[in-house]
Design a protein around this ligand. Structure first.
Ligand SMILES: Nc1ncnc2c1ncn2[C@@H]1O[C@H](COP(=O)(O)OP(=O)(O)O)[C@@H](O)[C@H]1O
Ligand SMILES: O=P(O)(O)OC[C@H]1O[C@](O)(COP(=O)(O)O)[C@@H](O)[C@@H]1O
Ligand SMILES: [Mg+2]
Length: 893
């Protein structure tokens, strides 16, 4: 209901810079600065959302701090649509209300351009629901849109640019089995009863939190919120924010207990260090968890891990206010934090901690994408004695995956929680740096190291779920081949930086574990039963990878039992296997394709893992593209769930070079080289006739790498069209004009076309429905034929210029050739790295070069985004400079 209009009122008594509040049009509370400038310049809407049984009052203090620190930029709206008993109406109902409320605010404030959310407790789930409703996907490309406009088209939240999504003590994993209902004090017996009467206690919200909701047979809402569904774009919305930050109490959160992901890890996943656990929670066995809890939680963790998060652990462990941690973290009560001494009769450190939490929050809200990697440790240095609280900052794109490599706290005797607190000059801990490199129990002493923004994105290891797995000396110790090598084994602390172009003072950033043989292996050679499967489209070099896995396992590790799974994923359960020996694979690298055959579709995780189990396979090598790697991730998760001693290694394959993180995919070089032959043929053809127009279509569904590199390599190409750079035909700066100009100047023209370019034109003209292949990939329409016809029509009919059109489609010919020399070497390294990784007990990883050195990369990292040609990067500029083609940025109206 509309209660009043937002009034920006500056009374004469108010000093410039004062903070004002007014009741908003939505009934919420708006907080803004009285600076005259802010009325027009505050373009960043910060929506604050309270938690269960809370109200907009809870965020008052924080709202004022926010506005104070950036008076001219921020406009804070404290939601009031879900207060007190309304917070029991259900996450979805509250989410709907919040989305309406936000739209009203936006309507009233035309200056707003950006939006951030700061939400406490259940409010974080409500905000996730609301953004799902407010999400607006980028508009489809239209004829009228210039390339520039299209470039600028981004998804929005209610029309505003999504900036920061911050949750504070939010139960993202639900509350089931976590002992966090406040008045049950973590007592299992009470909780058991509580679950039964939860509808009565927390009504619909309780059902959502305990995942007992069942709307018309649908899965629990928290699970549904891991996907986009219908007009609720839950995941796309979350992903659209520049940053997602999760604040969590490390302990003493009576409401949340151990339910936040980083905390939930400890009981089930004994990996998180720096956790100060609530004693009441620790001591008793958790008998409230049903068997399903792990699965559901795992699903929620996996789902949420698909987007990157930063997390901030907050501990009040030595503070008297610790028992109120759930609200203290929000700095809910103004008096409590400003007059902390009177309330708690304790040291002023409370105040400084709370304010620092705030400052951090405020900074997160204002931090723009470009500066997001700035050194976090700067933010939180506390001046007070360091024995009361600490803040641990983990700047990781994936807090969920980071837990996979952290070791149990008791394996870090050299670095303890207390040590961390007392010995640092700030309260910042370095969890990743301190713990990340300890698989082989050779810790890196890092006591003296400053927090320099180092992040290790580690890969899972079999000991994460099989802690007692025995190790064996690596047979390479006695290998003649390695006898002369200075360092046979890769040092456990060797990592590779993802970014190598950095500036002085910039954070060290993301690193991956260096690939290579380890001193200890987790398999006895004679007990290894390996299998290899190839999936997806063809690519030069697949046979080389198969060959080198077989030879690598056999020659380096003495493994004799290797199976080939035929026909892709479905081959696990529907086909026979073939034996693979060095002799059988000896010559296969000279052939294109895959001797194992491949297929699309047919991935059935359970059937595949059943089959792995039935056959006694304990190493699975999976060669395939992005789809295949997603399948590999699912298999490795299932293996972990069943606690099988099975290592799953992914080897990325795609001719399109669209796999993220790695430098390039194997077969790409060969493809670029092979494309030269087609381009050359086109060039020879068109220069031998008058007004020759040659069009060469190359592969590249979403990424135009082959076309771009083939063009750069050839020098005979006049124009390169790729999916990432929309082009247009008519008018100034269009393709027709350019072709005509080249014909006039040169009497011939060669165009290289990636198959994914201009798909919108073809589908429009053919009025065709989008069809998909068995794996769910969009089937492309033939842009080559379409463009050929358009150019022919234009010049013969409109311009009356006779042309000689030569259209060449070498796509499958390129894909089917054997790999060239450099790809053969590359394939060999990939295969050997995969073998070393699996033998060393890593599982659920993809291998690939990062800045020319081979690394083990968590599978999720290579599948979460697609590698595409960035038009803003130098390489595309180089291409434009070399062809002199139009940039197609200024499409005429
Ligand atoms: N999201 C997914 N989860 C599990 N398996 C998948 C997924 N996407 C694709 N796959 C499986 O991976 C295999 C290859 O996928 P596809 O997209 O055809 O090729 P590529 O791996 O080369 O991208 C197919 O068997 C397909 O069923
Ligand atoms: O016709 P197919 O064999 O399904 O494959 C065609 C597609 O395969 C690709 O080569 C990519 O394949 P992957 O996704 O398997 O790597 C694309 O370039 C092409 O569009
Ligand atoms: Mg693919």
């Amino acid at each position: 209901m509309i209660t009043s209009l937002t009034v920006i009122y500056i009374s004469p008594e108010m000093k410039s810079g004062d903070i004002c509040s007014s009741e908003a049009v939505t009934g919420g509370e708006n907080v803004f600065s009285c600076e005259p400038s802010d009325v027009s310049s505050a373009d960043h809407l910060v929506v604050m959302v309270n938690g269960i049984l809370g109200s907009s009052e809870d965020w008052r203090f924080a709202a004022e701090q926010f506005v104070k620190s950036h008076p001219d930029r921020v406009f804070v709206h404290r939601s009031e649509k879900n207060a007190a008993s309304q917070t029991l109406d259900g996450v979805d109902v509250m989410g709907e209300r919040l989305s309406q409320e936000v739209l009203e605010v936006i309507k009233q404030k035309p200056n707003l351009r950006k939006i951030s959310f700061v939400a406490h407790s259940v409010g974080g789930l409500v905000a996730r629901y609301a953004i799902g409703r407010l999400y607006r996907p980028p508009r489809e490309k239209t004829e009228e849109m210039s390339a520039e406009t299209f470039e600028e088209e981004k998804a929005t939240i209610g029309g505003l640019v999504p900036m920061n999504f911050i949750t504070v003590a939010t139960p993202h994993l639900g509350s089931r089995g976590h002992k966090q209902v406040p008045f049950l004090f973590g007592v299992s017996a009470l909780e058991k009863v509580a679950v039964l009467v939860i509808r009565w206690i927390f009504r619909r919200t309780g059902q959502h939190l305990f995942l007992t909701d069942d709307d018309e047979g649908k899965p629990p809402l928290l699970k549904r919120m891991l996907e986009d569904s219908g007009d609720c774009y839950f995941m796309s919305a979350l992903r659209s924010f520049h940053r997602r930050v999760a604040y969590a109490n490390v302990g003493y959160d009576r409401i949340l207990g151990t339910l936040l992901w980083e905390d939930s890890v400890n009981e089930k996943y004994p990996h998180v260090v720096y956790e100060e656990r609530c004693k009441a929670c620790d001591l008793e066995q958790d008998s409230t968890k049903d068997d399903n809890t792990n699965d559901v939680e795992e699903e929620l963790v996996t789902g949420l891990s698909r987007v990157s998060w930063e997390k901030v652990d907050v501990s009040f462990h030595n503070s008297r206010s610790r028992f109120a941690a759930h609200s203290v973290i929000q700095v809910k009560n103004y008096n409590l934090h400003t007059d902390g001494e009177t309330v708690f009769n304790s040291c002023p450190a409370h105040t400084s901690l709370h304010l620092n939490v705030f400052l951090k929050l405020a900074r997160n809200v204002y931090q723009e994408f470009k500066t997001k990697t700035q050194k976090l440790s700067m933010d939180l240095t506390l001046k007070s004695p360091p024995n009361l609280h600490y803040l641990s900052l983990t700047k990781t794109p994936n807090p969920f995956s980071s837990r996979l490599f952290l070791k149990p706290i008791n394996s870090f005797k050299y670095i303890t929680f207390k040590h961390q607190i007392y010995n640092k000059n700030s309260f910042i801990s370095h969890p990743i740096r301190a713990q990340g490199l300890n698989h082989d129990k050779t810790p890196v002493e890092n006591d003296e190291v400053e927090d320099d923004g180092f992040v290790l994105e580690d890969v899972p290891h079999l000991t994460n779920f099989l802690p007692d797995l025995p190790t064996y000396p690596n047979p390479l110790e006695h290998s003649q081949a390695y006898a002369i090598v200075k360092e046979t084994f890769v040092k456990p602390e060797d990592v590779l930086a993802q970014q190598i172009v950095v500036q002085k003072g910039s954070p060290r950033g993301v690193h991956f574990r260096r690939a290579g043989p380890r001193k200890k292996v987790y398999f006895k050679s004679e007990e290894v039963k390996a299998c290899i499967v190839t999936c997806g489209g063809l690519c030069p070099g697949i046979n080389t990878v198969i060959r080198e896995i077989v030879c690598g396992l056999n020659n380096m590790y003495g493994v004799n039992n290797i199976l080939g799974i035929e026909g892709g994923y479905r081959g696990f359960y529907s086909k026979n296997t073939m034996e693979l020996t060095p002799k059988i694979v000896n010559d296969i690298h000279k052939r294109g394709g895959t001797i194992l055959q491949t297929s699309r579709g047919g991935h059935d995780t359970n059937k595949i893992v059943d089959n792995i189990q039935d056959r006694g396979i304990n190493q699975v090598y999976i060669i395939g593209g992005d789809g295949t790697q997603k399948g590999a991730a699912a298999i490795s998760k299932e293996v972990e769930k069943r606690r099988l001693h099975v290592a799953v290694a992914g080897i990325p394959k795609t001719i399109d070079n669209d796999i993220a993180v790695i430098d390039k995919s194997f077969g790409f070089d060969t493809a670029v080289e092979e494309a030269q032959r087609a381009i050359n043929a086109a060039h020879v053809e068109v220069e031998s006739v008058d007004n020759g127009v040659g069009i060469v279509k190359l592969m590249g569904r979403y990424s135009g790498f082959i076309a771009m590199f083939a063009t750069l390599a050839s020098r005979d190409v006049d124009c390169c069209l790729i999916p990432e750079s929309p082009f247009y035909l008519e008018g100034e700066g269009g393709l027709y004009e350019y072709v005509q100009q080249r014909l006039k100047e040169n009497r011939h023209v060669v165009i290289v076309l990636a198959e994914g370019a201009g798909q919108e034109y073809v589908s429009e003209s053919a009025n065709a429905n989008v069809e998909k292949d068995a794996s769910g990939n969009k089937l492309l329409l033939d842009i080559g034929l379409w463009l050929t016809q358009k150019i022919k029509d234009h010049f013969t009919t409109v311009k009356k210029i006779p042309i000689n059109m030569k259209y060449i489609d070498p796509t499958y010919m390129i894909r089917a050739v054997p790999s060239n020399a450099s790809d053969n070497i590359y394939c060999t390294l990939l295969a050997q790295s995969a073998v070393h990784g699996a033998m060393a007990g890593y599982s659920g990883f993809t291998v690939g070069p990062v800045n020319s050195r081979h690394a083990y990369i968590p599978i999720g990292r290579v599948t979460e985004t697609t590698n595409v040609v960035k038009l803003t990067d130098r390489m595309w500029a180089r291409l434009l400079a070399s062809t002199n083609q139009p940039s197609f940025l200024n499409k005429p109206k």
